[in-house]
Design a protein around this ligand. Structure first.
Ligand code: GCU
Length: 628
């Protein structure tokens, strides 16, 4: 369980499974974190897997409701072909060794045409050879599996994970065989009213093993969590948590060669250490204009874990957002996790991610990206570190959540903890968001209040937000809008999704007359604004909705409105790229795509792309870099 928490509410680091939060409840955390696991010795299980669909979930339980029948246990190591040759009466209704083959990771939407809308249970199998060394430990780590994963290794159930967007790992040291091993994973995409998110969202599900699967090797006692960051007092802070039989009372160190800096310490009896040292004068602060990253080495005995970390501070002060003490305007855009192309499968390779992020950084002159509506791949946040993009990271507490269901709350808290512990070292991440467009209510306020407490307990170096709904009224022909949400008191940045001129509100020529009242002395950003357009449908004369002309007019009007709001300190318009959504079925304009992108699914820039790009460029030249 994640052992590291900041000393935030006066709660000193506690080992073990949880730490009481301000609300007195326990803040959950993942069993195993494996910070920067890709840097460890590992076997990458990208490549050929066989798959077998199981829409009625016979592989998990029989139609009587008992355990799965012999003929359906896809996870068993049985060589069905040879067994049935020797025993002609044996009955198997699967054979994972002779099933169809696909390359993973990636969603099953592209495995075969009939799987385009499959929302059930899918079994994947992968054989591999290993030669474990004594004293080593072995973990199966999944970057993500959407939505529930049942993991079997050499015929044994090693664990189950719920949540489609965060990493998880199971130790398999005692099951790993010298020679051939069989990994079988049942991935179930089904969501329910109790899951996070619920079944109804405005994006494609993309079920499957969507991120890398690796067999990670570690020493017997290893560095499970390691973090370094720039504290508000100007110190470099560091934390290490060890896992293993000799975690307690262990000498540890943190070294940043480029700064000639070494921090030494010793873990407490629970294997946890925290230390700090004044930041050296020549420390280069990380920013979008200068994304300085340092090689940091965390060491404990025979285990050294490398990381690349940027050091910066982010604060809210009055209605300002301060990056390294200087006011900044977030010139952003929102983005789903979906690669460019006519048939995306959520296959986020480095080139795919770079193509999207450079459209933001270079194409739009942006410095900020809202990774909507769920934790994106860890490669995306690492590339944001490298390319210099500030990041809003969120969990899919989206629309109609089962607010008074303790299991739903537990799932959201675990997802939040998994997301945060994975990305603690990412300088690009400045905001943790706990919700999107959730209706105000007592149960919802309590649910989100617990999540906000968890964020603050775990990390006092970043800001907390949520995409809120607004209240408005029109008096004497003038529309006034404001945030009337008790949650606003708990947030550092107030974010609102606004669509006046697309979903209701005045006609476009009345949008920039809207008056935005500031009822909180806090910065506000537009976490969403947008309009749909089919790329290539200009419609210069009529300028109807879903034309590029209307979308461009919408952006001109909404950006003009934004310039009249003194407490508005940024925006992440909806959205960079057209994305798949089963809810969007206009036969001409949508065809299963949400068309609010500024670029089409194949990367074709629409007129509105240039409206926003010019707006941000003019903003940059008006306030030179670093003085935003
Ligand atoms: C909402 C929601 C998005 C959705 C968008 C839209 O604000 O947050 O997920 O895609 O509106 O209607 O396009």
């Amino acid at each position: 369980m994640s052992r590291i928490f900041n000393v935030v509410t006066g709660i000193i680091i506690l080992c073990g499974l949880t730490v009481p939060t301000a609300t007195g409840q326990d803040a959950p955390g993942p069993e195993i974190v494996l910070t920067n696991s890709a840097s460890r010795e590992h076997l990458d299980l990208t490549g050929a897997w066989t798959y077998s669909i199981d829409p009625y979930r016979d592989g998990l339980k029989s139609f009587h409701g008992n355990g799965p029948g012999l003929g359906h246990r896809r996870y068993e190591t049985t060589d069905v072909e040879s067994v049935t040759r020797e025993n002609p009466t044996a009955r198997y209704e699967y054979d994972m060794r002779r099933e169809k083959i696909v390359t993973l990771p990636g969603s099953w939407v592209n495995h075969a045409p009939e799987l385009r809308h499959y929302d059930g249970l899918m079994w994947y199998a992968r054989e591999f050879d290993a030669s474990p060394e004594s004293g080593q430990r072995a973990f199966l780590r999944f970057g993500a599996a959407n939505y529930t994963a049942h993991v079997y290794f050499n015929g044994e159930l090693v664990g189950r994970h719920d949540g489609g967007f965060t990493p998880f790992a199971f130790e398999v040291t005692d099951l790993l065989q010298d020679g051939e091993n069989l990994l079988v994973v049942g991935v179930d995409a089904q969501r329910t009213d109790q899951t996070v998110p619920p079944p109804v969202t405005d994006w494609e599900t993309y079920g499957g093993l969507t991120r890398p699967v690796r067999l990670i090797y570690t020493p017997e006692t290893f560095i499970d969590e390691a973090r370094a960051w720039l504290g508000k007092d100007g110190s470099i802070m560091a934390e290490i948590a060890l896992d293993g039989p000799r975690a307690g009372g262990r000498d540890v160190s943190v070294t940043i060669d480029a700064l000639g800096l070494t921090l030494d310490g010793r873990t407490d009896r629970n294997g946890v250490w925290q230390g700090s040292t004044p930041a050296p004068e020549d420390l280069s602060l990380w920013s979008p204009e200068s994304p300085a990253l340092y090689d940091v080495a965390f060491t404990a005995g025979n285990d050294t874990l490398p990381e690349r970390i940027g050091f910066r501070t982010i604060e809210a002060s009055g209605t300002d957002i301060l990056l390294n003490g200087e006011p900044i305007y977030l010139r952003g855009i929102s983005m789903h996790e979906e690669e460019l192309g006519a048939d995306p499968g959520r296959i986020m390779t480095e080139p795919a991610i770079r193509a999207l992020l450079s459209e933001i950084k270079d194409g739009l002159n942006g410095n900020f990206v809202r990774l909507a509506h769920y934790p994106h791949s860890e490669l995306t946040t690492r590339l944001a570190d490298e390319m210099g993009l500030l990041v809003w990271s969120e969990i899919p507490v989206y629309w109609l959540i089962d607010w008074d269901n303790p299991d739903t709350l537990a799932e959201a808290r675990t997802m939040l903890a998994e997301n945060m512990t994975r990305d603690m070292n990412r300088a690009s991440i400045i905001i943790w968001s706990v919700a999107n467009e959730t209706p105000v209510g007592d149960d919802r306020n309590r649910f989100l209040g617990t999540l906000i407490d968890d964020v603050r307990t775990r990390d006092d170096s970043r800001l907390v937000s949520a995409a809120l709904l607004t209240t408005s009224e029109t008096r004497n022909g003038t529309m006034r809008t404001w945030i009337d949400d008790p949650l606003a008191d708990n947030l550092d940045i107030l974010a609102v999704n606004t669509y006046n001129g697309w979903y209701g509100g005045p006609a476009l020529d009345g949008v920039d007359d809207i008056i935005w009242e500031s009822r909180h002395d806090k910065p506000m950003i537009f976490s969403e604004l947008g309009a749909g357009a089919l790329a290539g449908f200009a419609d210069e004369e009529i300028r109807r909705k879903f034309s590029e002309s209307f979308q461009a007019d919408y952006y001109r009007a909404t950006l003009a409105m934004s310039e009249k709001i003194p407490h508005l300190k940024g925006m992440s318009p909806w959205i960079l790229k057209d994305f798949r959504s089963p809810r969007r079925q206009h036969p001409v304009y949508q065809q299963g795509w949400n068309r609010k992108g500024l670029i089409s699914e194949t990367g074709q820039r629409k007129q509105a792309f240039y409206v926003l790009s010019d707006f941000y460029r003019n903003m940059q030249t008006a306030t030179p870099a670093g003085e935003e």
